[in-house]
Design a protein. Structure first.
Length: 282
């Protein structure tokens, strides 16, 4: 199935950037949120991404304006009547996502695909909130979605082959790199990444070595763009903890380290709160 028009529900950090990535490929996109202020913030984020490209001479102002005009911001599901594929990017709460899936199921044509950008929740459970479970899939973009190429395309218990193929082709059309994954705790990337981040945190707890030193060595030796503590702080320690907790079913080695739990309890969530593993001056 070809996707002529896409939708994104949730105009936050991920939703706005996913909508931008869709317009970059030339497709129109409906962007929905629950509050005009959030919608305005999402549109400002999209415009800022294009403006940076104009300012650095990579595109003309007219082209950038044309791309931004492909986004239709809305507070209702009215405009979703002829949308072929929608990506849900609302906060990581299963009840909320199930409600959004039920609303989308009622608003969309019966053949349309409903995708979730969840980091770790059950896509199968979201599919069960609809009358089209075979048309439900995970599309897990990474932050910042405007830049990051990898997208996990996740088959839940019910996803049919047509839906997987359409989702993969859609991602390729965005000039991104799809990887097919079968639903499991942490999917592919977080299962590996969180296990590695946990080990780095445990290593710091056990050795008392400075985190900056561990970050620097791992960055230098592995060629990663940043070390695990910097990465955790920029992701948000609350998000890191949420994901780590979903992996606990894999065994005690996957349990979140105590220092991560303690920082989240103290509200030290990383760069966004000014303190996490490191302290940030604004
Ligand atoms: N931030 C990341 O690094 C990251 C990376 C990958 C995946 N994710 C996942 O993406 C999803 C969104 O995360 P985020 O960081 O963009 O969250 P966010 O809090 O920045 O944005 C969520 C947006 O959804 C809106 N919203 C809430 N309820 C809604 C509803 N019923 N209908 C429409 N909009 C609604 C909110 O107003 C808000 O604007 C989560 O599932 C998260 O786990 C996040």
């Amino acid at each position: 199935m070809y996707v002529f028009k896409a939708g994104v529900v949730g105009a936050g950090a991920m939703g706005a950037e996913i909508a931008q990535a869709i317009t970059w490929s030339g497709l129109p996109v409906i962007l929905k949120d629950v509050d005009q202020a959030f919608l305005d913030k999402g549109m400002a984020r999209i415009k800022a991404i294009y403006q940076r490209r104009v300012n650095s001479g990579r595109m003309s102002q007219a082209d950038a304006d044309g791309k931004v005009a492909l986004v239709t911001p809305t507070l209702s599901y009215e405009a979703f009547k002829d949308v072929d594929l929608v990506i849900e990017a609302v906060p990581e709460k299963l009840d909320l996502k199930k409600r959004v899936f039920a609303d989308l199921d009622a608003a969309l044509p019966s053949m349309s695909i409903i995708a979730s950008n969840t980091s770790a929740l059950s896509i199968t459970a979201m599919a069960e909130a609809t009358r089209r479970p075979a048309k439900v899939v995970g599309l897990h973009f990474f932050y910042p979605a405007a830049v990051m190429k990898l997208v996990e395309v996740i088959a839940c218990k019910y996803t049919d082959e047509d839906t997987m193929d359409t989702a993969v082709e859609f991602v390729e059309g965005l000039r991104k790199l799809p990887v097919r994954v079968k639903e499991c705790p942490g999917f592919l990337v977080n299962r590996i990444l969180m296990a590695a981040m946990n080990q780095a945190i445990l290593f710091a707890e056990e050795t008392n070595l400075p985190k900056a030193e561990i970050d620097a060595v791992l960055k230098e030796k592995t060629g990663l763009p940043m070390g695990p503590f910097t990465l955790s702080d920029s992701l948000g320690l609350d998000i890191a903890l949420d994901v780590a907790q979903t992996l606990e079913v894999l065994g005690p080695r996957f349990a979140p380290p105590q220092s991560l739990v303690d920082l989240v309890k103290q509200g030290k969530l990383g760069a966004k709160t000014g303190e996490g593993f490191y302290t940030y001056t604004r």
